[in-house]
Ligand binder design. Structure first.
Ligand code: GAL
Length: 719
C-alpha cells in the first residue's frame, strides 16, 4: 500500500470512529438549533456545572444552606454528561427556554413530589406549587430538578413556574425518525420520540445546573449536598405523633395522654390543630383563652412528660391578632380568607412573625409548627397579579413561600441551638436541609407510597400520615406505611380517631409502632447519612444499586373510548422503596392478599424470619395482616433497641444472609446542633467470617464514646 492510500485508509478509519462516536450519542447531538444559542457552562464544583442566561428574579438559593463543599469534593470528579455544544437557550419577549439532549433509551425521574408514576419521560409538566390534582406538575413540591437513568441531573433554577417537555415535542432541527403514515403504517406514535428535554418559563432568564454522577444516587447526593445536605431531625421527631381534634382543649389533651398510657401506646409529639388559637382561618397565632387558659403550664407539663407540642397555623394574619399591627406594613395587596399575607421575603416580616412566636410559643417550650395552606388552590390564594411591598413577583413568591417559611423557623431556632421537626404543605428547590416534612389532603394510600419514592428524587421528605379508614384492614395497612416513613403521625384533626379506634387491629398497630421505635438507631443513622452525604433515608428503587427498571409498555390497542390513539402505557414499580442502607419496604394496600416485590441484584432476606427470598427477580409474597413486608440485603447489619426501659438503651444488632459487612452506628444528644461541632459518637459494628464459616460480630467505638448505646448483642437472622 502506498503512502497516499495509507493516508486515505487512516482518514477513513478516523471518519468511521467519528461516525461510531456520533452514533453512540444517538440523535441527541445537535450543533445548531435555529434561533437558539449554545449555553456557556461554568464548573462550580467537582461534578457541578452552571449556565446562566438572561436575568432571573427571586432565587431559591437565597433561602437554603450553603453547599457542603467537602462532601461534594469527596465524591470525586466526573465528566460533563453530554456534549456542551448540544445544550441551548433562547430568550423571546415572552419566554426563557432551555433545551438539553435526551437519548433514545433514557428514563427521566424526579420533577417534584408527584403522587403518580416515577418515570417522567413522554409527558409535559407545569411545575406549580398547588394543592395537587388536575394538571401534571401541580403539586406541593414541584421541584424543577430531574435525574436521568444515565447518571446526571438537571436543575432549572427559577422561581417562575417551569413548563417542561420531557422527551415530547420536536423541533424542525431535531434528529428524529421519519413520520409514519397512520393509515397504512404500523406503530404510529401519538407522541413521537423526541431527542430533547425543553423547559421554559414566562420570564427573562434563569440558571441551569447540571449535576454529574456515576449512578443516579450519586447525582441525588450531589444535588442534596449542593443544597446544604440533608437534615438530621431531633430524635423525638422520629417518634409517634398524634394530632388532636381541632376543637380540643388542654383538658382534652391531658385526657388523651392518659388514654395513650392506658392503651400502652407511645407518644412523643402532640399536634394542636387550628383551635388552639382564639381565631383561625385567618389566624391570630394567639392562644384561645377558653380552650387553653394557661398555655405555659400546659406546654411545660407536656414537656415534663417527654411530650413535645407542635402548633398548626397558616400564615394569613387575622385583623384581631396581636401581631396584626406590626406585620401589616409588610403584607401584600390581597388577602387570603380575609387575612393579610406577610411578605416573608422581607426581613421585617420574618422578624415580626418570629418575635411574636418566640414570645408566645417558643419561649414556653413549643417545639415547632405545621405550616399549612401555603400551597393553595388558586381560588383561595393570592392572584398572580398581586403585589408585595418587597416588589417581588407574586408568582415567584408563591413558588418560594413554603421554602422561605421553613428557612425562617430553622434559622430562628438554630440561633438557639435547637433542632425542630415540623410539617409544611409546600416546598421547592433545595429543601433537603430544612427540618420539615410535606403532607397532603390527597389521601390516596397508593399515591402516598409513590410520593415516598418520588420525594427522594426531589430533595424533600414526605409523610403518608393516617387520618381515618373505612375498615380495620385499611387502618392497619395505612398505619404500617406511616410507621415506615420520615414522620409517623396520626392526624385526627377532624376524625378524632385514636390508634385503638379499630379494636380488631389495635395490637397490630401497637406492634408496628413499637417496631418503628425499636429501629430508631437504624433510622437515625440513615438520617445522619442524609445530613453528611446527601443519601435520602427513604429512596425510590431507581436509586438502588442492582435495580433494573421494570418499565413495561403494555396495551397499545385502539379503543374508541379508552384509548383513541392506541398509545402504549408505561407500568412502573411505584409501590416499594428503600429505608436506610438495607431495608426494602413493600407496603400492602387494603384488599391485597399477595403482592409482587421487585428485588434488585443480590440475595434478599425476610426481615422477620431471616429466610432467603430471592435475587434480582420479581417475587410474589402472601401478605399477613400484622406485617408490612420488609426485605433485607445480604450482609445487612440492623441495630435495634432491645431494651428501652434502660437509661442508655441496649442494642440488638441483627445480621442477615451470609456476607461480611461493617456498619457505622451514629448517635448524638438527639436535639441540638452540637453534632456540627463534632459532638457525636460512631460505633463500628463488624461481621467477619471465621475459617470454619462461622460469623462473628464485634463492635468498636471509633469516635467519642459520649453518646454510645448500651450493651450490644448479636442476632444471626439467617442460619
Ligand atoms: C388542612 C390540613 C389538615 C388540617 C386542616 C385543619 O388544610 O391539610 O391536615 O390541618 O387543614 O383545618
Amino acid at each position: 500500500m502506498n503512502s497516499t492510500s495509507k493516508k486515505q485508509l487512516l482518514k477513513f478509519k478516523f471518519l468511521l470512529i467519528l461516525l461510531i462516536i456520533g452514533g453512540l450519542h444517538g440523535y441527541s447531538q445537535n450543533t445548531m438549533i435555529s434561533g437558539m444559542d449554545q449555553l456557556q457552562w461554568e464548573k462550580v464544583m467537582p461534578g457541578v456545572w452552571k449556565a446562566t442566561f438572561g436575568t432571573m428574579g427571586m432565587n431559591a438559593f437565597d433561602y437554603i444552606n450553603p453547599p457542603k463543599t467537602d462532601a461534594i469534593t469527596a465524591l470525586g470528579d466526573v465528566a460533563f454528561p453530554f456534549h456542551k455544544d448540544s445544550t441551548f437557550s433562547q430568550l423571546t419577549p415572552n419566554h426563557a427556554t432551555v433545551r438539553l439532549p435526551l437519548d433514545k433509551t433514557e428514563n427521566i425521574y424526579g420533577l417534584g413530589l408527584e403522587f403518580d408514576g416515577i418515570n417522567r419521560r413522554g409527558n409535559v409538566y407545569t411545575l406549580k406549587v398547588d394543592h395537587y390534582g388536575g394538571t401534571k406538575g401541580y403539586t406541593h413540591a414541584p421541584v424543577p430538578f430531574y435525574v436521568s437513568s444515565k447518571g446526571y441531573g438537571v436543575l432549572i433554577n427559577s422561581a417562575q413556574r417551569v413548563k417542561i417537555h420531557v422527551g415530547v415535542g420536536n423541533r424542525k432541527d431535531s434528529k428524529v425518525p421519519t413520520p409514519i403514515d397512520r393509515t397504512t403504517g404500523e406503530n404510529w406514535p401519538a407522541r413521537p420520540l423526541s431527542d430533547a428535554v425543553e423547559a421554559s418559563v414566562q420570564g427573562t432568564g434563569f440558571e441551569v445546573y447540571v449535576f454529574g454522577g456515576n449512578t443516579p444516587l450519586e447525582v441525588v447526593q450531589r444535588y442534596n449536598l449542593y443544597c446544604g445536605g440533608g437534615i438530621l431531625p431531633p430524635k423525638w421527631g422520629l417518634g409517634f405523633w398524634h394530632r388532636m381534634h381541632t376543637q380540643s382543649s388542654s383538658d382534652d389533651v391531658f385526657n388523651e395522654i392518659k388514654d395513650f398510657k392506658e392503651h400502652n401506646f407511645p407518644l412523643e409529639v402532640i399536634g394542636l390543630e387550628p383551635g388552639w388559637q382564639n381565631f383561625a382561618y385567618p389566624c391570630s397565632f394567639d392562644w384561645s383563652e377558653t380552650r387553653f387558659p394557661n398555655p405555659e403550664q400546659f406546654v411545660q407539663s407536656l414537656n415534663n412528660k417527654g411530650i413535645k407540642v407542635n402548633l398548626w397555623e397558616n400564615p394569613y394574619v387575622a385583623p384581631t391578632s396581636t401581631l396584626f399591627k406590626t406585620i401589616k406594613p409588610y403584607t401584600g395587596s390581597h388577602t387570603v380568607w380575609l387575612g393579610e399575607v406577610p411578605d416573608f421575603s422581607m426581613p421585617e416580616a420574618r422578624k415580626a412573625m418570629m418575635d411574636h412566636h418566640q414570645k408566645n410559643h417558643l419561649s414556653i417550650g413549643v417545639s415547632g409548627y405545621k405550616f399549612d395552606e401555603v400551597d393553595g388552590y388558586d381560588f383561595w390564594l393570592w392572584p398572580d397579579h398581586a403585589t408585595f411591598p418587597s416588589g417581588n413577583d407574586a408568582v415567584e413568591l408563591r413558588q418560594l413561600y413554603g421554602l422561605i417559611m421553613q428557612d425562617m423557623l430553622d434559622d430562628h431556632l438554630k440561633k438557639q441551638n435547637k433542632r425542630t421537626y415540623g410539617l409544611i404543605r409546600s416546598s421547592y428547590i433545595g429543601a433537603s436541609s430544612k427540618n420539615f416534612v410535606i403532607y397532603s389532603d390527597h389521601y390516596s394510600h397508593k399515591g402516598y407510597v409513590t410520593a415516598l419514592a418520588n420525594s427522594s428524587l426531589s430533595g424533600v421528605l414526605w409523610t403518608p400520615e393516617i387520618r381515618s379508614a373505612k375498615t380495620a384492614e385499611e387502618w392497619i395497612r395505612r398505619f404500617q406505611t406511616v410507621c415506615f416513613s420520615p414522620l409517623m403521625m396520626l392526624n385526627a384533626w377532624s376524625s378524632g380517631k385514636k390508634p385503638w379506634s379499630f379494636p380488631e387491629v389495635t395490637d397490630m398497630v401497637r406492634d408496628n409502632i413499637r417496631l418503628r421505635e425499636q429501629l430508631l438507631p437504624y433510622i437515625y443513622t440513615a438520617f445522619y447519612k442524609y445530613q453528611e452525604k446527601g443519601i435520602p433515608p427513604f429512596r425510590a428503587m431507581v436509586l438502588e444499586d442492582g435495580y433494573t427498571s421494570q418499565d413495561k409498555l403494555t396495551g397499545g390497542k385502539l379503543d374508541d373510548s379508552k384509548n383513541p390513539y392506541a398509545e402504549k402505557k408505561r407500568i412502573e414499580a411505584t409501590d416499594q422503596y428503600m429505608m436506610g442502607s438495607s431495608i426494602l419496604v413493600a407496603p400492602v394496600f387494603s384488599g391485597q392478599t399477595e403482592r409482587k416485590i421487585v428485588l434488585p441484584q443480590g440475595n434478599w432476606f425476610d426481615f422477620y424470619t431471616g429466610k432467603y427470598m430471592g435475587n434480582g427477580e420479581t417475587i410474589t409474597v402472601q401478605t399477613k395482616l400484622e406485617q408490612i413486608p420488609l426485605l433485607v440485603k445480604d450482609g445487612a447489619i440492623i441495630p435495634m433497641i432491645s431494651d428501652r426501659s434502660q437509661n442508655i438503651p441496649s442494642i440488638e444488632a441483627r445480621h442477615y444472609g451470609s456476607k461480611e459487612n461493617t456498619y457505622t452506628l451514629y448517635n448524638d444528644d438527639g436535639e441540638s446542633y452540637d453534632y456540627e461541632k463534632g459532638q457525636f459518637s460512631l460505633t463500628e459494628l463488624k461481621v467477619e467470617k471465621r475459617k470454619n464459616g462461622k460469623l462473628i460480630g464485634t463492635s468498636k467505638s471509633t469516635k467519642n464514646n459520649k453518646f454510645n448505646y448500651g450493651e450490644i448483642t448479636w442476632r444471626w437472622m439467617t442460619h
